[in-house]
Design a protein around this ligand. Structure first.
Ligand code: ZN
Length: 700
C-alpha cells in the first residue's frame, strides 16, 4: 500500500513536470516562426489544445474588460474596432482545432471538443449578454451618423449592434428573461424533434424474405440489403431502410409496386404516425415560440426576422422569386409525369402513376434518353487534370498563378500545399488540399480557413485556405480518376476558396460576414465553368491517350443535366414554400399541422404525384438545421450563379477579364461593403433574371 502511494506521488510529479514542459513549448502561445506564419503542425500536440483554449478565453475576457475600463466616452476605435479585434488567440487556436477535428480527428480530439463545447458556450454568452458592453456599442451606434464613418465602418457598427440586438440585448431586463426562457424551450423542442425523427427513421424496416420480391434490383443493391439484414440478426433475409442509399435504389429498380409504396410510405410518414415519436404537436409549439420571439424583437413574424439579415431582405421577395420559378418547373414536371404515364400504359400497367412510382419510371426515362455512365467519363478526369483545369481557369479569369511547396508543415502527409500569386506576382495566400477519404475525416467536401485574410495596423494578414474532400484514391498503378459529381464539387469548393482568398474587408466582421443566401454564389458559379465545352477541351484529357474529351460525351453531359429537373425543382420549391408559409402565417389559434401542410400545398397547386421534398414532420432543415424561413437559399443561389455566368456568355467570352475583375471586386472582395443585391447589381448592372437558371435546368 505504502509503496503504491509513493509510486503514484512520483507519477503525479512526473505528470506535473510534463505539463509544464508542454505548456512551455505550446506553439499556440508563441510566435509560429514558420514559413508564411502557417500553423506549426509538426510541433502541435493534442494536449496543447485545451490549455490554449483556456488561455484564449482568459485573454479574450481581458480584451473585453479593457474596453469596459476605458474612461473616455465610447467611440468607433475604442469600442467597435477594439471589439472587432478582441480574441486574437481564440482565432488562432480555433482556426486550427476545428479544421483538424473535421479533417483528421480521433477519440482524443473528440473528447477535447466535448469538454470545450460548454466552456466556450458559457464564455461566448458572457460576452454576448454583457450589458455594459452592449451599452457602449449602443452609444456608438446611436451617434453613428455624426462620426464621419466611411461605408465599411458604418456597416461594421451596424453589424455588431445588430448581432447583439438580435439576441435581445436591447430589450428591458424582464423581457430579456422571457427571451431566455423561450430560447431554452426552443432548443429543447428542436432537439426533441430531431430525436423523434431519428427514431422514426431507424424504426422502419422493409424486410424481404423471398427472392421474388427482389425482382428488378441490381446485384449490389441486393447484397447491401443482405448485409443490412445480417447486422440485425436476420441473416438470409433482405432489409431496406429509410437511409438514402437504401430507399432510393429500391424505388428506382424494384418491380414490386406494392413494396415501393410500403417503403415510400414509411419514408414520407415519418413523425406523422400519431405515436410517441409524432412531431406534429412539437412542431406547432416550435412555430409559436419562434413567432413570439420574433415579435418581441420587433418583427412581424419569424420569416421577417430571418430574411432581414439575408440578401432577400423580406419574405415577400422570397415568395416572388420562388413563385416565378414554380410555374415553369411545374409545367415540366407535368410533362415528365405524362411521359411516364405513357410508359405505364405502353407496358399495359393499367394504373395511374403515384408518388411511389416516380423514381422507378424516371429511371426508365433516364435509360432511354439520358444514359451516361460515369465510367465513360472518368478517364478524362484524373486528379491532376481537374486540378490543372481549376488552376488554368483561375489564371485566365484572374491572372492567378500557383506554386506547390514541399517544405511547409502539414497535418497529414497526403495534404498538398500551394502558394497562390496575384496577377501582379504578389503573394495572395496559401491553399491546403486534402483529397482522399480516411478514418477520422468527416464525410463530404468543404472549404475552410486556418487563418482569415485581414489587416493589422494597416498591414495585410494573408489567408490560409483549406479544401477537404473525400474523392476516390488511385487504384493500382492508375492515377486517381473522379466522377463528374466529384469534378463539379472540386470546382465548387474552389469557388469558396477564391472567396476566402480575395475577401478584402478592413475589419474582421466586414471581411467574413456573408449572408446565407449569398454564400453559395461564389462556389456554384465556378461549377458552370467546369462543364463549359471550351474549358473541358483544355483539361479533360484522356489519361492514356491525352485526347481531349469528345463532343459526343460533352453533349451527353449537357443533356443529362436536364433529366428529371421538373420534378427536382418542383419538390424543392414545394418544401421551400411550406417553410415560408409556416413562418409567415397567423398562428394564434390551435394548429393542425397536417391540415396546414395540405392547405399550403393545395394553394400552391402541387400535383398528387409529387410530395414536397420534406414534409413538415421530417423537415429537419427548418426544425433543427438553422434553415428556418431559409430553405429557399439553395435555389436563390442557383439563380444568382446561373445569371452571373450568363454575363460572361453574353459578352462572347467566358473568360472575359473585365467581368472577372468586376466579379472579384464586388462579389468576392467587397461583398460586405453593401447589401447583397447592391453588390450584385454593381457587378451585373442589373438584378438577376431567372431565365438562365430555367435554361440551365431545361425548364425553358
Ligand atoms: Zn458550398
Amino acid at each position: 500500500m505504502r509503496k503504491f502511494i509513493i509510486v503514484s506521488l512520483l507519477a503525479g510529479i512526473f505528470l506535473a513536470g510534463c505539463n509544464q514542459k508542454t505548456e512551455m513549448k505550446n506553439p499556440f502561445l508563441a510566435d509560429y516562426n514558420t514559413p508564411f506564419n502557417v500553423p506549426p503542425f509538426h510541433l502541435i500536440q493534442e494536449d496543447h489544445y485545451l490549455p490554449s483554449f483556456k488561455e484564449a478565453m482568459i485573454q479574450e475576457k481581458a480584451d473585453i474588460d479593457a474596453i469596459l475600463n476605458i474612461q473616455e466616452p465610447p467611440d468607433f476605435n475604442n469600442t467597435i474596432v477594439a471589439f472587432d479585434n478582441s480574441g486574437e488567440l481564440m482565432r488562432k487556436v480555433s482556426g486550427v482545432f476545428y479544421r483538424i477535428t473535421g479533417a483528421n480527428t480521433n477519440p482524443n480530439l473528440q473528447a477535447i471538443a466535448r469538454e470545450l463545447t460548454p466552456l466556450l458556450s458559457a464564455h461566448n454568452n458572457s460576452i454576448r449578454l454583457n450589458e455594459q458592453l452592449f451599452e457602449k456599442i449602443k452609444a456608438v451606434y446611436d451617434k453613428r451618423h455624426d462620426l464621419n464613418l466611411d461605408v465599411e465602418q458604418m456597416r461594421l457598427v451596424e453589424k455588431i449592434y445588430n448581432d447583439f440586438a438580435r439576441n435581445g440585448a436591447a430589450l428591458p431586463p424582464e423581457q430579456r428573461d422571457k427571451l431566455k426562457q423561450i430560447n431554452e424551450r426552443l432548443s429543447l423542442v428542436s432537439l426533441q424533434l430531431g430525436e423523434n425523427l431519428l427514431a422514426e427513421t431507424n424504426d422502419f424496416k422493409l424486410v424481404i424474405d423471398n427472392t421474388d420480391d427482389l425482382a428488378g434490383l441490381p446485384d449490389e443493391v441486393i447484397s447491401a440489403a443482405a448485409d443490412e439484414a445480417k447486422q440485425i440478426d436476420m441473416e438470409g433475409k433482405w432489409v431496406f431502410t429509410l437511409q438514402k442509399p437504401s430507399w432510393i435504389p429500391f424505388l428506382q429498380y424494384s418491380e414490386r409496386r406494392e413494396l415501393r409504396e410500403k417503403l415510400y410510405r414509411g419514408y414520407f410518414m415519418r413523425g406523422d404516425n400519431d405515436n410517441e415519436n409524432d412531431n406534429k404537436a412539437l412542431f406547432a409549439e416550435l412555430l409559436k415560440l419562434r413567432d413570439e420571439r420574433s415579435k418581441m424583437l420587433g418583427f412581424e413574424n419569424y420569416a421577417a426576422f430571418s430574411t432581414s439579415d439575408n440578401m432577400a431582405k423580406t419574405p415577400g421577395n422570397v415568395y416572388d422569386f420562388l413563385l416565378k420559378v414554380w410555374d415553369p418547373a411545374l409545367k415540366i414536371a407535368k410533362q415528365e409525369r405524362d411521359e411516364m404515364q405513357k410508359i405505364i400504359d405502353r407496358e399495359g400497367g393499367n394504373f395511374k402513376l403515384a408518388s411511389w412510382d416516380w423514381w422507378y419510371y424516371a429511371e426508365k426515362v433516364r435509360k432511354e434518353k439520358f444514359d451516361l455512365n460515369d465510367d465513360e467519363l472518368k478517364p478524362y478526369f484524373t486528379k491532376d487534370n481537374v486540378r490543372n483545369g481549376v488552376f488554368n481557369l483561375c489564371e485566365r479569369l484572374y491572372g492567378l498563378t500557383f506554386k506547390q511547396h514541399h517544405d511547409i508543415p502539414v497535418y497529414h502527409e497526403e495534404v498538398e500545399v500551394y502558394e497562390i500569386f496575384d496577377n501582379d506576382g504578389s503573394h495572395l495566400g496559401l491553399l491546403y488540399m486534402d483529397n482522399y477519404p480516411r478514418p477520422g475525416k468527416r464525410a463530404g467536401a468543404w472549404c475552410g480557413t486556418f487563418r482569415n485574410g485581414s489587416y493589422e495596423n494597416g498591414k495585410k494578414i494573408y489567408p490560409i485556405v483549406t479544401i477537404v474532400t473525400n474523392f476516390a484514391r488511385p487504384v493500382g498503378d492508375k492515377p486517381p480518376m473522379w466522377t463528374w459529381d466529384e469534378v463539379t464539387t472540386y470546382f465548387h469548393e474552389f469557388g469558396h476558396g477564391l472567396h476566402n482568398l480575395f475577401a478584402d474587408g478592413h475589419y474582421r466582421r466586414t471581411s467574413r460576414d456573408v449572408p446565407r443566401d449569398f454564400v453559395e454564389l461564389p462556389s456554384q458559379v465556378l461549377e458552370n465553368w467546369a462543364g463549359e465545352p471550351e474549358i473541358l477541351k483544355t483539361y479533360a484529357l484522356h489519361y492514356e491517350t491525352g485526347e481531349p474529351i469528345p463532343d459526343e460525351l460533352i453533349n451527353k453531359l449537357k443533356e443529362s443535366s436536364h433529366f428529371n429537373q421538373g420534378f427536382a425543382t418542383s419538390e424543392y420549391i414545394a418544401a421551400a414554400i411550406l417553410d415560408m408559409d409556416y413562418h409567415t402565417m397567423d398562428i394564434s389559434g390551435d394548429l393542425d399541422i397536417r391540415a396546414l401542410e395540405n392547405a399550403s400545398m393545395k394553394k400552391l397547386g402541387l400535383i398528387d404525384e409529387i410530395i414536397p421534398r420534406y414534409r413538415t414532420t421530417y423537415f429537419s432543415h427548418i426544425f433543427s438545421g438553422g434553415y428556418a424561413a431559409g430553405y429557399y437559399v439553395y435555389l436563390w443561389a442557383g439563380v444568382l450563379d446561373a445569371d452571373a455566368f450568363e454575363a460572361f456568355k453574353e459578352s462572347g467570352d467566358v473568360f472575359n477579364p473585365e467581368l472577372a475583375s468586376l466579379f472579384r471586386k464586388h462579389i468576392l472582395a467587397e461583398n460586405s461593403l453593401g447589401e447583397g443585391m447592391e453588390q450584385y447589381v454593381k457587378f451585373r448592372g442589373k438584378e438577376p433574371s431567372i431565365d438562365p437558371l430555367l435554361r440551365q435546368r431545361g425548364l425553358k
